[in-house]
Write a protein of this length. Structure first.
Length: 110
């Protein structure tokens, strides 16, 4: 007889969680049902988008959802672009724009 690590119920055939190694009753055998600490680590190790993972009870493992990943919006792409620019590059661009405007002004273009 073993006891469920989550609710303490006696289980003659406890389920072992492959993520945290704990023993659980039938009701709490799924990682979601025993606030599994191993699950968080597992999902983080598989990528930063845990909502794309579904639990397969029969294989007792997580699988990436089939189908296309939704397109990234333009706003998201822009945000990605600007966050990838480092400050030094941004500074160079600003200085270049200022210099250009000074040169154009001195030439009487503007
Ligand atoms: Zn239980
Ligand atoms: Zn677990």
């Amino acid at each position: 007889m073993a006891k469920c690590s989550y609710c303490g119920a006696s289980e003659s055939m406890p389920f072992t969680c492959k993520f945290c190694g704990g023993k659980f009753c039938a009701e709490h055998r799924l990682p979601e049902n025993h606030a599994c600490p191993g699950l968080v680590v597992y999902k983080e190790s598989r990528g930063k988008e845990p909502e794309k993972w579904i639990y397969e009870p029969f294989k007792a493992e997580y699988k990436e959802l089939a189908g296309r990943v939704p397109e990234k919006s333009i706003a998201f792409r822009l945000r990605e672009f600007f966050s990838s620019l480092d400050m030094r590059k941004a500074l160079y661009i600003i200085v270049a724009i200022i210099l250009l405007s000074v040169v154009l002004r001195s030439l009487g273009v503007i």
